[in-house]
Design a protein around this ligand. Sequence first.
Ligand code: ZN
Length: 347
Amino acid sequence: MNSKCLDQEVNRTKEAEVGEALPNPESLAPMLVEIICERAHCVIYEYAIVTVKFVADEFKGRVKVKPVVRRGSKKNVDRYLELCRMNGQHLSVPAILMGGKLVFTYVPGIEDLRRAMEENLQETGVSKRIKDNLWQVGGSELTDSADAAVYLIWFGDKAALVDSGCGQGHLRLRKHIDECLPPGVQLEYLLLTHCHFDHAGGAAAVRMALGCRIVAHELDAVYLEAGDSEVTAASWYGARLEPLMVDIKLHGHESTLTIGDGSVTAIHWPGHSPGSVVYTTNIHGQLVLFGQDVHGPIHPALLSDEKHYQASLAKLIDLEADILLEGHYGIFWTKEEVREFIQSFMK
Ligand SMILES: [Zn+2]
């Protein structure tokens, strides 16, 4: 079996596991339109859902509609809270969100809904440029709703990917990497910030497809190599993590990796998980911080440690980064924004 076949096989298996058809590699990730409901099967919410679906049908697969029942299953409640955090406010019902962004707090007319979908579609599904050599190529709006952000960076003829997403949007991620990476630039490393499924679940498929080496801190590598679906939180996503061999294990507090004519520094950042790391790099005098789960959460099943986490947050502040690239909260563009965001989790 050649590598292409192997790659396709991996995807087929992964898609079969989540019970979805293999996505068309040409297609962009559909924009997720979510409707916050108080409970299922209530007239007002049914009306909102039917109206949104009616308009979404016109977009032929480019828009995916999903109700989020605020008093529903744990998955629904978790998503509701995540959307509240993403929008920086308590979301009332019924609320309509597009690509995670609050758009309506009522059920609008068909015309307004159509226009809003068109406008928001233009903003989603395409890679985001951060710097000429730094792009966001994956994330919940780009590749799969379960994905943490995925960033691509290159220096000269070598590149690195920071995290891989959960793997369910692998073909979309590949497409975005292909579109962003200049010809002749080779992906050398997949830098994992930690072992969690939404960051590392797609790592094996990325390595198989692109031939890069996987990097993780030794204290998280142990759970990846064991295929521990609890500590890696794969079970939270209804998935199973296959044992993942880590090619380069980071030890101790700090390591620097050369990438082409640049470099990235890994800093051990325990708390959210035992072997969490942040990566930093310097681009034209600006310190860029890849801090994928700065927000936590701190949870016993993840072997989190609140004391370590608080100490790690204080160390992050001391870095005085100019730009923070977060896994779930987006991009913070100034020193002040970065400091405020980190401080908001300090006790
Ligand atoms: Zn995490």
